[in-house]
Design a protein around this ligand. Structure first.
Ligand SMILES: NC(=O)c1ccc[n+]([C@@H]2O[C@H](COP(=O)([O-])OP(=O)(O)OC[C@H]3O[C@@H](n4cnc5c(N)ncnc54)[C@H](OP(=O)(O)O)[C@@H]3O)[C@@H](O)[C@H]2O)c1
Length: 320
């Protein structure tokens, strides 16, 4: 009961910032000439660049002439969406890789066969909720395996293979739902409790915030920058399908995908040094906790990083 009340209270409070009117207010302070208008010679990897927020990212980076590798599952949809603005004769390169991030070893295998150039920006945007519990080859639940482990494995593999350019920016797209969640590692695969897509999702989004901070600390000597952000409430099919009641109530006030993508584009292109490891919303650093009970212990952070590293080792050993 208390949980439900708090949930309602937080949503009601947060909403004034997370919706389109919040974007409008915050936008008044944006300085657009901070951003590079041309990203020619920049190589960007975007996961989930074929729908919703990711599709807006793809189009905006295309206008800025960044070459892109895009990962998503549905090849037919990806080709149809990308061909709405892109022609193969274009000088700007868009390379599509179709695969499920939950099968991270297959994604790595597919990348090994590409002629990749070191990336200047990685955008870990792919995400969503899954209505049923599905486990991957390694026994991990799908939300966790695709949005957290998959992205971590991708990052580690690119780093080990010298495919991160000096100064590379790594951007994790999290969600404001994580404010309601403390990191839980004891039943990640819902072996004890019934599967709950909202809990799985919020836990993974909380974990992304932590991993971003940990990577910034662990690789502070590597000339890499790590950012995590949340886009606010955005009118996408994913939100319509996963939270139909919320979508119906809030539809008129939701952000456009372009507004949801704004901070991601800004983090990708801003021409100044930003502090690594922080959490961003509407181009500003913001807090990662609103309630003391969502704070995790150092031991839990360690455990999370160990799990991710173990999965990286496991997935690369399958390929060899
Ligand atoms: N919409 C919101 O209000 C909102 C709020 C907060 C945070 N976010 C976050 O923003 C990000 C984008 O959300 P969205 O609303 O734009 O979602 P969306 O419209 O459903 O787009 C998700 C993208 O990710 C790809 N994708 C999903 N699962 C994948 C997997 N397992 N492997 C590879 N690609 C996968 C999808 O392509 P395929 O289906 O072809 O695979 C699609 O291109 C997500 O991380 C989401 O959690 C969204």
């Amino acid at each position: 009961m208390i949980g439900k009340w708090l949930n309602f209270f937080l949503r009601a409070n947060a909403f004034k910032d997370f919706d389109a009117s919040g974007f409008g207010r915050h936008q008044r302070n944006f300085i657009d000439d901070e951003m590079a208008l041309s990203m020619k010679n920049h190589h960007v990897l975007v996961t989930g660049g074929t729908r919703g927020i990711g599709y807006s990212i793809l189009k905006e980076l295309y206008i800025r002439e960044a070459s892109q590798v895009v990962i998503s599952r549905d090849k037919k949809n990806a080709i149809s969406e990308i061909s709405k603005f892109y022609k193969k004769s274009d000088k700007v390169k868009i390379d599509l890789l179709t695969g499920d991030l939950a099968s991270y070893h297959e994604i790595i295998e597919a990348l090994e066969n590409r002629n990749l150039e070191p990336f200047n920006v990685l955008i870990f945007n792919a995400g969503g909720m899954y209505s049923n519990k599905i486990l991957n080859t390694f026994g991990y639940e799908h939300t966790l395996s695709s949005q957290l482990i998959g992205h971590y494995v991708l990052f580690r593999w690119l780093m080990d293979n010298n495919l991160l350019a000096p100064g590379c920016r790594i951007i994790w797209v999290s969600c404001g739902e994580m404010y309601l969640k403390k990191l839980e590692l004891d039943d990640l695969n819902f072996a004890q409790e019934p599967f709950d897509q909202n809990i799985a999702f919020a836990n993974v989004k909380r974990a992304q915030v932590i991993v971003n901070e940990e990577l910034a600390n662990r690789y502070s000597n590597k000339n890499l920058s790590f950012f995590c952000m949340h886009p606010g409430w955005v009118k996408t099919n994913s939100l319509r399908t996963n939270s139909p009641q919320f979508f119906k109530k809030a539809e008129e006030r939701l952000r456009t995908p372009e507004q949801g993508a704004d901070t991601i584009i800004w983090l990708s292109s801003v021409q100044k040094v930003l502090e690594s490891g922080k959490f961003w919303f509407d181009r500003k650093i913001c807090r990662t906790h609103r309630f003391f009970w969502t704070k995790e212990k150092d031991m839990e952070r360690e455990k999370l990083m160990d799990l991710l590293e173990t999965q990286y080792q496991a997935s690369t050993s399958i390929i060899q």
